[in-house]
Design a protein around this ligand. Structure first.
Ligand code: UDP
Length: 410
């Protein structure tokens, strides 16, 4: 089944002063050709994770420039999400793959979703593997079909990739975040789009230091001790256990250091709870480690405040499709330490906007450097913010989609 997601209103004009060059004019020009076109985005969740984050801004902006845009999420039984999380892990390189019973569940829910798709769309954008098979069951419907893959598929489990490949082949275009993610053997037109963040959302809008302190004080972060932060779903690929280990090393030199791990529970991620428990166990009795989730009322404003208050932001992933949290951190002008994987190196220019790391020890070293060199760290933070402004704000992503739609129309 597919369920409509309701989004608020956004206006492209409000972004004019935030972006560089003539991007807004370029978008308006591209949108003229597409006036009234009908667009549908389909993904697996309206809450938690990067795809929902992107669509909450992209959908209203597409509407604002004249495209009739809908967003729907696939609603299915828990067993479906267990299988799709396994597919996700498998595409990111895990040795697990779907067995026949799990394939049946996956196929059945996609077939049911396809039945409620409706018609009359010019462009249908299917995000990630969960709803990938809808194209197969819905048929062509007179639309241009686009598969947008957000995950790191550079070293997939080949059985899983081989199973999915014929379904991807049915699309008019596939979009990946990086060249190296393109499935081996895929033979359809391709695009590379890096994701983007919304500078005007409550998560990224400017907060004064006083407001940020007030918000984080409600979670017990009071006083001017150094704060290390990672914002991420509780997922092994995000390596929160490695972050705790790195924090422990830095704490040897900075005994008053605190660590905050903030991670929402996405509705399509059944692994989240068990890994959350695992993370809490790893933190042990250390009262300087704060572990929070959306269940503690940490919403977008609180994420913003934690990022604004933090002295060091970490994204120590071992696999990462893109890592919106990195752009979010850089946008707050924070030097950011990230795993040297996936989309992180396009955001963190090593030594300029933050540091890329490959181990717990390296992560700790770089965090220590940031605390040891506050003035240099500030310059780094400002460089990071401009890097995001030039490359990773939503109007640029909107431009990429409009170009693609125009090209597909010929
Ligand atoms: N996020 C959040 N609250 C949390 C944890 C994550 O709002 O407690 C958001 C985070 O700010 C980012 C998104 O979820 O916007 C995660 O996107 P990312 O691309 O970093 O990773 P994904 O979860 O898609 O793998």
């Amino acid at each position: 089944m597919l369920q409509e997601v309701h989004v608020g209103h956004k206006s492209l004009a409000d972004y004019q002063s935030m972006v560089v060059g003539s991007l807004v004019d370029e978008i308006r020009e591209l949108a003229k050709e597409l006036e009234g076109a009908r667009v549908l985005h389909v993904n697996a969740t309206s809450f938690g994770g990067g795809v929902a984050e992107i669509l909450y801004t992209l959908v209203p902006l597409m509407r604002d420039v004249g495209l009739e845009t809908d967003w729907r999420v696939i609603m299915a039984a828990q067993e479906f999400y267990e299988g799709t999380k396994l597919t996700h892990n498998s595409l990111q390189g895990d040795s697990v793959t779907l067995d026949q019973a799990q394939r049946d569940i996956y196929e059945t829910h996609n077939r049911i979703a396809a039945e409620s798709l409706g018609s009359g769309y010019d462009f249908i954008v299917i995000h990630d593997p969960q709803p990938l098979l809808i194209r197969n069951y819905a048929g062509d419907l007179g639309a241009k079909w686009i598969w947008r893959c957000h995950i790191d598929t550079s070293t997939p489990n080949q059985d899983t990739a081989d199973y999915l490949l014929p379904y991807v082949q049915q699309y008019d275009t596939a979009i990946f975040s990086m060249e190296q993610y393109v499935f081996r053997g895929l033979d359809i037109p391709l695009r590379i789009f890096v994701p983007a963040i919304d500078p005007l959302s409550t998560k990224n809008m400017a907060l004064s230091p006083e407001d940020a302190e007030y918000v984080v004080s409600q979670f017990g972060i009071e006083g001017d001790y150094p704060l290390m932060l990672q914002i991420s779903r509780f997922d092994p690929w995000k390596d929160p256990l490695g972050v705790i280990d790195a924090y422990r090393l830095v704490k040897q030199d900075y005994p008053d250091l605190r660590l905050a791990l903030v991670g929402s529970m996405a509705t399509d991620d059944p692994e989240g709870w068990s890994f959350f428990t695992h993370t809490v166990e790893h933190a042990g009795e250390d009262s300087d480690i704060l572990i929070l989730s959306n269940l503690n009322n940490v919403g977008n404003l609180e994420v913003n405040a934690f990022q604004a208050r933090a002295d060091i932001i970490v994204q120590k992933s071992t696999r990462e499709g893109f890592g919106l949290t990195v752009s979010e951190a850089l946008w707050k002008a924070k030097p950011t330490v990230g795993g040297n994987v996936g989309g992180i190196p396009v955001q963190i220019i090593n030594g300029k906007t933050g540091f890329l790391v490959e181990s717990v020890e390296q992560c700790a070293d770089r965090c220590r450097w940031i605390l040891d060199n506050p003035e240099d760290a500030k310059v780094m933070g400002r460089t990071g913010k401009e890097h995001v402004r030039a490359n990773f704000l939503t109007p640029r992503l909107l431009r990429d989609y409009l170009k693609l739609f125009n090209d597909l129309r010929g």
